[in-house]
Design a protein around this ligand. Structure first.
Ligand code: ATP
Ligand code: MG
Length: 512
């Protein structure tokens, strides 16, 4: 990296008086922030506080209405990400942006292909450079793997490598740990320390306050679009940080008395899923979930839990038997399963949960297009759908200027709240909850847990999948560990620590 201007400033980034308005919302209001070079600087704040918007402005994806940006002491004006990339800034987004069906190499060079003699892409030298970056920072990235074969932790490292490949010295990571299990978080933090040791600067957004305290050198708290505090992580506890963010205490996922009944709501027998190349991804899984019971599945992502869920939803061919109450639903379509009372909070809210370019009230209808309150006779009932969307917005505290804005205009955590509200609507008998609180702030997390507990007490059966082990242990009545597609252990949630569960998940020490 040749640095054009040798600056004496110790700040990598200074944002001053940044204001950004969207229709009906002030996303950033006179925000000022200074990030020191060589720091991991955390930004925390409730859902919709304006964190991602501020970072998109720094990355040139959005133009501020007011304010100044300085990089290494020099004022800049970015019209697009390519301008900010040229200034040494890179961003890893809240939602993954890799193309599944391409290799790591192809993904990394997409958009910045090295050319040989002006025409052909020089994959040879790109591969060499990727290996070199991977080795330098201990990322362990193999350029020739297909992205779809990588787990989320590895995808995360590819996203980071892609940014480094473009020469970034200032890295923005928007909720990089939301999808990771604790071991992967540790690895990521190891990588981050390696990067700052090399003189890079990292801006890090997270709702997991313990992690923030363990990795950050400085913390800025944003609330309702503006900075409310800058704190030294050594001087605050997670509890105090939560109070600064949302003005409430840290929630606990503890469930109280058992509500498990004798009535089986969902029964899965010998369920297997094969990949197109005949690999066994889910291998003979069997379990029952009773009314009022939460069955948790613990596992490092990529061990078959996504495929298990898709098989139960009828989105993926599978062998074995699935019964909902008395009915064998194994051959039913996804829509019919939903109509029979299966709610589904998907792990990837953009791929399976929302139509980003459609208004909130149309998203209320998605997956529920044949049921009340969205239909009246054979027709879509717009008024009914709109009214019920308004109810969800209120009950689930979806922060939005209205139900006519597109889902894309909601912050990540607020999109999640909308999906949870929709899937808990209409009294489902069985709910699949994949990472139900992924990306939501500590206050909203507590609210979602309350909704789940109330529904469980009313007889809902829940299949819970989560990378958040405290959530998994706290909410589950029964807990199973999945490894390479098989259930390898039953764990008592009353008597297991996150550490023990973590080792059971990696197959280390056959914990029981
Ligand atoms: N493209 C857009 N159009 C309209 N409003 C938007 C747009 N992007 C963001 N907003 C609004 O700006 C506000 C800040 O959103 P932002 O995504 O920055 O929040 P956040 O702090 O990243 O929240 P989260 O923790 O949920 O990701 C929200 O009210 C959001 O609805
Ligand atoms: Mg965000």
């Amino acid at each position: 990296m040749e640095e054009a201007v040798i600056s004496t400033s110790t700040s990598a980034v200074e944002l001053e008086g940044i204001t950004k308005r969207f229709p009906g919302v002030v996303a950033n209001s006179n925000v000022s922030l200074s990030v020191q070079r060589g720091h991991v600087h955390a930004i925390v704040g409730e859902n919709g506080a304006g964190k991602s918007t501020l970072m998109k402005i720094l990355y040139g994806m959005q133009r501020p209405d007011e304010g100044e940006i300085r990089v290494n002491g020099a004022p800049v004006s970015f019209r697009s990400p390519s301008d900010s990339i040229a200034a040494g800034i890179g961003m890893v987004h809240q939602h993954f942006m890799l193309a599944d069906n391409l290799t790591v190499l192809e993904n990394v060079v997409l958009g910045s292909e090295p050319r040989k003699g002006g025409i052909a892409i020089d994959f040879g030298s790109a591969r060499k450079k990727i290996k070199q970056i991977s080795d330098t920072y201990g990322l362990g990235v193999d350029p020739d793997m297909l992205v779809e074969d990588l787990g989320v932790g590895a995808r995360q490292r590819v996203e980071i490598l892609k940014v480094l490949y473009r020469g970034a010295r200032i890295l923005i990571l928007d909720e990089p740990t939301a999808v990771l299990v604790p071991q992967e978080v540790d690895e990521l933090f190891g990588n981050l320390r390696e990067l700052v040791r090399e003189g890079l600067t990292i801006i890090f957004i997270s709702h997991k306050l313990d992690e923030v305290l363990s990795v950050a050198d400085a913390i800025t708290v944003i609330r309702r679009g503006t900075t409310v505090a800058s704190v030294n992580p050594k001087d605050v506890t997670a509890r105090q940080l939560a109070e600064l963010m949302v003005g409430s205490e840290l929630p606990s996922p503890e469930t109280r008395e058992s509500t498990v009944t004798d009535v089986v709501a969902l029964s899965v027998r010998n369920l297997s899923v094969h990949s197109p190349d005949e690999r066994c991804i889910v291998d003979g899984v069997t379990f029952d979930i009773r009314k009022g019971e939460v069955l948790g599945i613990a596992g490092v992502e990529g061990n078959g839990q996504a495929e298990l869920v898709e098989a139960i939803m009828g989105m993926r061919p599978a062998d074995g038997e699935i019964r909902l109450g008395e009915e064998d639903i194994s051959a039913w379509s996804t829509l019919r399963r939903r109509e029979a009372g299966i709610g589904y909070i998907p792990e990837d809210r953009h791929r399976h949960g929302l139509l980003l370019e459609a208004p909130l009230w149309e998203n209320r209808i998605l997956g529920h297009q044949t049921r009340k309150p969205n239909v009246k006779g054979p027709w879509i009932d717009r008024a009914g759908a709109r009214r019920d969307t308004q109810r969800i917005v209120e009950q689930y505290d979806v922060r939005t200027p209205g139900i006519d804005v597109d889902a894309a205009a909601l912050s990540g955590g607020n999109q999640q709240k909308l999906i949870v509200g929709r899937e808990m609507s209409g009294d489902p008998v069985f709910l699949i909850a994949s990472h139900p609180t992924r990306g939501v702030d500590v206050g909203a997390q507590a609210a979602i847990w309350d909704h789940l507990r109330a529904a469980r007490a009313a007889g809902l059966a829940v299949l819970l999948i989560s990378a958040d082990l405290d959530e998994l242990i706290g909410l589950s009545d029964t807990l199973k560990v999945i490894l390479r597609g098989r259930v390898v252990a039953d764990v008592d949630p009353q008597n297991v620590t996150p550490e023990q569960l973590g080792s059971a998940m990696t197959g280390a020490g056959e914990a029981a």
